[in-house]
Structure formats: C-alpha cells, structure tokens
Design a protein around this ligand. Structure first.
Ligand SMILES: [Fe+2]
Ligand SMILES: [Fe+2]
Length: 373
C-alpha cells in the first residue's frame, strides 16, 4: 500500500520546503535525455475495430490548420498594455491584501505590472514545454499502442503538437521577447510519463491529465485576454486539444473497464501524482525569484490565497470529470475521490467530460466557457 510520501515524495501536500527543493538548477540545459522503457508494437490487423477513434481521425484530418498562415502574426503586441487590460478584467490573479507582512507588501503598480508581464512569459513558456512533452508522448503512443485505429489518430496528433510547439515558441520569441526554462515539477512529470513502460500510462499522464489541464487553462486565458493574436492562437490550439483529450478518454475507457483493482490502483496513484506535480508547478516559483522575492516567504500565502485558489481549482475542471468517466474516482474504496477531495477539486466531478465535447471546440463555433459546467 503506497503512502502519499511514496507517491509524491512528501506527506503534506502543502509542504513548501519540499516543493521548493525541486527546482530547475540547470537553466542553461539544452538537451534533456529521458529513458523510454516501452516496446514498439506492430499490428497486422488493419480492420476497423474502434469507430469512435476513426471518427476522431477523420475530424483531425479536416481540422488541420497552418500556424504560419492562419494566425495574424503581423499583430503588434504591446505586452504592457495587454497586461494592464487583462489585469483590469481580472486583477493580477492574486490578492495583494493577503501579502501584508511579506516583501510583496511594498509593491506598487510598477511591480504588479512587472509581475503580470513575467507571469505571462512564464505561463506561455510552460505551455510551450508541455506542448513539446505532448509531441514526444504522442510520437511514443503511435509506436506503443497496439490498436490500428489509435495509431492513425495518434499520428495526426503528432502534427498537431508540432504546430503547437511552433506557434507558442514563435509567440514567446517575437511578441514577448523571450521566456522561461521548463519548471522542474512539470519536467519531472513529463519524465515520468515518457519513462513508464505501460502504454496506457502515456495516455493517462498526457491526454487525460496534462492536456486536460491545458484545455482548461487555455480556455481561461482565451476568455480573459483581449490580445487578439493570443486569443486567436489559443482558440486554434484548443480546437485540437479537445480532440486530444477525447482521444485519451475514448481509448482508456475500454482498457480500464477490463483491469483488476490492483492495476487500477497504479493508475489512480499516477493520476494523483500528476495532479500534484501540476499543482506544484502553478506556484510559479521562478516568477517570484525573477521578481527578487524569496519564494519561501510568499508561497505559504500563495497556496492559501483565495483569489488564486479559484483559478487553481478551475484548472482541474476537465480532469476530474474525465477521471470519473474512466472509473478512476471510485474504485479501491474511492481512493482517487478522497485525494481530489483533499485537493479541493472534487466539485467538478459532474461537469461535462471531454469524450464527445470536442465537437463544440471546432473552429468556427463558440468554444464552451471554461467556467461553466
Ligand atoms: Fe498541444
Ligand atoms: Fe495536445
């Protein structure tokens, strides 16, 4: 029986010292090598076995777009004006009043503006690194999944992810003047996903957890920002991302129905580990550091900041219903349900899952609101 400490390396979810002990110490790293332990599997059965996946494949072929020509790259992005407008809509994302007694207390409008600009650079950089993770994971799934229909679909996702890496990298470089290295919690999660030898774990870690969170986060930023190029970019990416999450849910449902409790427990633990790593990364420790603030002094407050908590929880609005659909919440005495209760995200369990929702995200339609179930 694994303990929380066995799974995530600490027993207290909010142990700031343990969270900060994981940081990216090699910011000049260019190449990062991860051992991929899985088998490549051929199939000689080319018959149509999974019509839902084949429908998704057909949708993917007609849903392609071109990151070079479909986005308005000639848009002039004034980052400061963008952040000012976005902060006017929603504030800085944190409540300045709860930071009294910390170095942040002395911040004026200039510092909050800088914090907003750095947060935008940081956020989009982590999206970028996550996109590269998706590119690698989906190439891996193309090799490792034993089903023909899934191989076809996964191949289209590889192209989608290449395009996402392309557009985020270009936006950060041309419009934001550079970004951030990968956050160590995110990198650790991506490493674990690539490292695992079981093909369904790639799907669970990437398509259900990382992409489920990305779909919610992109939706939130898409709704919030008034910057037209970023809004357009996110809308295009979301039309693909919704298919990707559907791919995960449609594939894993079949697999998990046939698994015994012990096998399911491994999946529940992996889903919990992924959820915690993503929650840890959203503490954005690198932004505080770049602002000259000792993260140890503010993170205990950040973690309990009520303004931030709403956003933080919302990130799980796709993950929780999809885990429920997969039967992961309630197996083994509701083990994952209890973990999600501890993380205060269980309230999303009956929100719409993403198995069929991808049709609503197609280009030309109004994407569903990220803050409505
Ligand atoms: Fe993507
Ligand atoms: Fe994706």
């Amino acid at each position: 029986m694994s303990t929380t400490e066995d799974i995530i390396g600490r027993s207290d979810l909010n142990d700031i010292e343990a969270i900060l002990a994981i940081s990216n110490t090699d910011v000049d790293e260019v190449e990062h090598i991860v051992k991929d332990n899985s088998d490549a599997i051929f199939t000689w059965d080319y018959s149509l076995k999974r019509p839902a996946l084949r429908r998704l494949y057909e949708k993917a072929k007609t849903g392609q777009w071109n990151g070079t020509t479909d986005l308005a790259w000639d848009t002039d992005v004034d980052l400061e004006a963008t952040i000012a407008a976005d902060q006017a809509t929603l504030g800085s994302g944190v409540d300045p009043n709860v930071y009294i007694g910390t170095p942040v207390e002395k911040w004026g409008p200039k510092e909050w503006m800088e914090f907003g600009m750095e947060s935008r650079r940081w956020t989009l950089s982590q999206f970028l690194h996550g996109e590269q993770g998706a590119l690698i994971c989906t190439a891996k799934i193309t090799e490792t999944v034993p089903w023909y229909d899934a191989k076809l679909y996964a191949a289209t996702q590889v192209v989608d992810e290449a395009r996402h890496v392309e557009v985020f990298a270009r936006y950060i470089d041309e419009k934001l003047g550079g970004g951030y290295q990968v956050n160590a919690h995110l990198r650790m999660l991506l490493d674990d996903i690539v490292n695992d030898s079981r093909w369904d774990m790639t799907y669970l870690g990437m398509q259900v957890m990382v992409e489920g969170l990305a779909l919610a986060a992109f939706g939130f930023l898409h709704q919030l920002t008034g910057e037209p190029l970023l809004k357009q970019l996110l809308r295009y990416v979301m039309s693909d991302e919704a298919r990707h999450v559907a791919f995960g849910v449609l594939s894993l449902k079949e697999v998990y129905e046939g698994m015994d409790d012990r096998e399911i427990k491994d999946r529940q633990e992996f889903a919990f580990e992924a959820a915690v790593r993503m929650r840890d990364r959203f503490l954005s420790q690198e932004v505080w550091e770049r602002m000259g603030i000792d993260a140890r002094q503010v993170l205990p407050i950040v973690i309990n900041d009520p303004t931030r908590a709403v956003f933080q929880q919302m990130l799980f609005s796709k993950i929780v219903p999809n885990c429920k659909k997969l039967g992961l919440l309630d197996r083994n005495d509701a083990w994952l349900r209890r973990r999600f209760q501890e993380m205060n995200v269980i309230q999303f369990e009956d929100w719409e899952g993403t198995g069929e929702e991808y049709l609503k995200f197609e280009l030309g339609k109004d994407a569903p609101s990220p803050i409505a179930g």
